[in-house]
Design a protein around this ligand. Sequence first.
Ligand SMILES: [Zn+2]
Length: 119
Amino acid sequence: MGVISKLLGIVLVVGGGIMFFLGSSDQNMNIIYYFLGLTIMAMGFSLLTAGGKKEEKPNPPTVTEIACDNPECTFKEIRDFQKGDFILKSLETKCPKCQGSMTIQGVYMVREEEPVPTV
Ligand SMILES: [Zn+2]
């Protein structure tokens, strides 16, 4: 889909450009070729940019906050989000401080500002 729409966009831009710049041998047809060429070029450009935008948008970086279940232990860790992570999911990973069980406390999208919970 992406490649086809890009190819179509290039074809439209080139075809529209030829119509726009060369026009017609008929003076009365020139103005029609001019606008038609312009419209076709605009369509081609919108196809090209629409395809490009989709590919440029990666998933926003997400982090998972995990904390030790032991109330006397304050161990907390932020790690990269992994598939299947959700809030209050208990993990098999042991706390490196007290060997207690660990639970996911939050899942956050990484932003410039303070983290916003996504779930
Ligand atoms: Zn702990």
